[in-house]
Ligand binder design. Structure first.
Ligand SMILES: [Zn+2]
Ligand SMILES: [Zn+2]
Length: 126
């Protein structure tokens, strides 16, 4: 049905569409405004496309991709990103500048996990 292809197809910021944050298995989506604001800020200083490789995840999808239980992805507080023509170390510096509360550095898989968790500042590497 044509209508369903349009679900979540909403421009929420100059360089972001809500559909990019939706769960790939069910199209459900949760997105905290604080996370979006920080991603907009990051996009602005990078001046390059920011790809959301994983945004909201329903619990079933989170299990499928091996996410931790109670992942911040499941409550709309986290996004994994990749940026064109930018190495991960450089990207990490920018993310630190914006001070995401949680930052995961995934060297082999080549992405950054960013979140706005309400608890204390957390950094990890994999
Ligand atoms: Zn899902
Ligand atoms: Zn993540």
């Amino acid at each position: 049905m044509q209508m369903l292809n349009q679900i979540n197809d909403i421009i929420i910021a100059p360089h972001f569409n809500l559909s990019e944050f939706a769960c790939p298995c069910c199209n459900r989506v949760m997105l905290h405004p604080k996370l979006l604001v920080k991603l907009i800020e990051l996009r602005k200083i990078l001046e390059r496309p920011v790809y959301i490789t994983s945004g909201y995840r329903c619990s079933r999808y989170n299990q499928k991709v091996g996410g931790v239980t109670n992942s911040y992805h499941c409550i709309g507080l986290a996004a994994d990103i990749r940026v064109k023509d930018t190495n991960l170390i450089e990207l990490l510096d920018y993310a630190e500048e914006i001070d995401f509360n949680g930052i995961g550095f995934y060297e082999k898989k080549n992405f950054l996990h960013l979140d706005v968790r309400p608890t204390k500042r957390t950094r990890w590497r994999e």
